[in-house]
Design a binder for this molecule. Structure first.
Ligand code: ZN
Ligand code: ZN
Length: 274
């Protein structure tokens, strides 16, 4: 059975922050514009308890918004035993489709490195206990982060390195761990040849697209507050780099996001509402 509107490109924003300002104050408008742009779903990611509570609220308001949550490496210094227990409890909700973003950020160092490392380790365990895919943030810390993940492997519920910024070897190590690689708007930036050469080689069954909004708006909107609707620009660049069509990369990445986050069937097959 062929439905001809199946050719309308559909996308899933695998990593957004609708609960962060300035998006939160107009999240209803943001969701409406995303749907108009062809988004089948948005995964919004809470980065501490308060933020995760807002992410949960938005996810429960919409059928096509899902949440992930965990203590971001920036906030690792606030993650005591009690906070982590509360996060784990909240993340057991059925609208929470992954645990994270967790990881290491040695670029900003908002939390001391040793604390980032121990909280990452503890949260890898939480993701495993919850049986949910792990959502990983690594910045200037790929070697350390991947070594920690390799020690904790395997990951039966898989996971994703979001906003990928590593090199080719890092990508290979992530793929060997069974992880997905999520490509943000930075792939459109003029000088980012490194990321484009990796995007060219990611296997079809492991690539995701994301905005990481409100950060990192793609060209030609760079510098603006990013939002899920802008993912189309990222998708166009990824399609061009991989020598495929917008429809195809939409279909491939949407299918992958549905598998990884175990999204309901109607999300994967949804093509009538555009
Ligand atoms: Zn991140
Ligand atoms: Zn993020």
């Amino acid at each position: 059975m062929k439905i001809d509107n199946a050719t309308i490109p559909r996308f899933i924003d695998a990593h957004a922050h609708l609960e962060l300002e300035p998006l939160f104050r107009d999240y209803e408008g943001v969701v409406t514009r995303a749907r108009q742009a062809g988004l089948a779903a948005i995964v919004t990611v809470g980065i501490d308890l308060e933020d995760a509570t807002r992410a949960m609220q938005i996810a429960h308001q919409y059928d096509d918004v899902f949440a992930c949550m965990g203590y971001h490496p920036h906030n690792a210094k606030y993650a005591g035993a009690r906070e982590l227990a509360q996060m784990q409890d909240m993340a057991s909700d059925t609208k929470v489709v992954g645990y994270g973003e967790i990881g290491l950020d040695f670029f900003r160092n908002h939390s001391p490195r040793d604390i980032q490392i121990s909280i990452f380790d503890e949260q890898i365990r939480i993701a495993r206990t919850l049986n949910k895919p792990v959502v990983i943030h690594l910045r200037d810390a790929y070697d350390k982060g991947l070594s920690m993940l390799e020690k904790s492997a395997p990951f039966p519920s898989a996971g994703v390195i979001h906003c990928f910024s590593g090199n080719e070897d890092d990508a290979r190590r992530a793929l060997d761990l069974g992880l997905y690689i999520s490509i943000p708007g930075t792939v459109t930036y003029k000088n980012n040849h490194k990321l484009r050469s990796i995007v060219e080689k990611i296997p079809d069954d492991r690539i995701l697209l994301e905005t990481d909004c409100p950060f990192l708006a793609p060209e030609p909107l760079r510098g603006k507050d990013n939002e899920p609707a802008f993912i189309v620009h990222t998708a166009k660049k990824v399609a061009e780099v991989r020598g495929t069509t917008l429809e195809n990369i939409g279909k491939t990445s949407t299918g992958n996001a549905c598998v990884l986050f175990r999204l309901p069937r109607h999300i994967a097959g949804q093509s009538q509402t555009a």
